[in-house]
Design a binder for this molecule. Structure first.
Ligand code: MN
Length: 263
């Protein structure tokens, strides 16, 4: 089995190293990862500056780009072959609920999926690398199980997996979950720069809003590994009927200047 590994925390991140060590025991593994931390880069591609690939002393290759850049250039020329699986992570912190929209960890995996390759995004729930070896062992176990169940190869799929920071023996089994939801993000943080300009810092992610049973938030809070199949089609299929009616109303609606309710 040939596996391409990437991540969004950068090629030196402990989660990436642990994942590589765990998967290389049974697969041909190559690592192509960002040079710098690229959290929250989603599927961004670098189109206006050149990308350079450098080989580190441990054999990993790093790119001055995003997670999706790494997987994209790997699959479109750099590797020279088609891997059987793309694995991203293990991320420093959870990627659950709305996080998956922003996540560079998911973005790297999604890029593999967009090229028709099965892809796994792994994240550890807490952001401190505690029990990262256990998480890597769990990831190894899951990939081996999927391999023996003939899940790797034929049909592409995209799975988002979150692993609680627990000793290996205490990590629960894999639970199939839907994504939970978060509240809107915290307010932007403003500071004054030394030159007297206002600086804006993106605020923290919102608190959890939907952590009901069946969600990734719920499963990991109980010590289980959450696994959510993701798709790329963002169409709101449930509401297509409503929008079809609305669109036909709009098609014949007159265009009038908006009137202010304050007037
Ligand atoms: Mn990250």
């Amino acid at each position: 089995m040939k596996i391409l590994i990437s991540n969004d925390d950068g090629y030196q991140a402990p989660g990436l190293v642990a994942l590589y060590e765990a998967l290389k025991e049974f697969a041909e593994v190559e690592v192509i990862a960002p040079e710098q931390n690229n959290s929250a880069k989603s599927n961004a591609l670098t189109l206006h500056t050149p990308l350079y690939v450098t080989r580190a002393s441990n054999g990993f290759r790093y790119v001055n780009g995003t997670p999706a850049d790494c997987v994209h250039i790997a699959l479109t020329g750099l590797l020279g072959y088609r891997p059987d699986l793309v694995v991203s992570g293990i991320n420093n912190g959870a990627n659950m609920g709305d996080d998956t929209i922003y996540s560079g960890t998911v973005g790297a995996a999604m890029e593999g999926y967009l090229f028709g390759i099965p892809a796994l995004a792994f994240s550890q729930v807490d952001k401190n690398w505690v029990e990262i070896e256990s998480a890597a062992h769990k990831a190894r176990e899951l990939v081996l199980q999927m391999s023996s169940q003939q899940l790797i190869g034929a049909t592409p799929w995209l799975l988002n997996v979150n692993i609680p920071n627990l000793p290996f023996a205490e990590i629960g089994h894999v639970k199939l979950c839907r994504l939970g939801r978060r509240h809107a993000a915290e307010p932007v943080i403003t500071q004054m720069s030394p030159r007297g300009e206002t600086m804006y810092w993106i605020g923290a992610a919102g608190a959890v809003k939907d952590e009901a049973e069946g969600t990734d938030f719920y499963a990991t809070s109980k010590g289980f590994v959450s696994m959510t199949p993701l798709k790329v089609d963002l169409t709101d299929h449930d509401n297509l009927g409503y929008w079809a009616q609305t669109a036909s109303r709009l098609a014949s609606a007159p265009v009038q200047a908006a009137t202010s309710s304050l007037v």
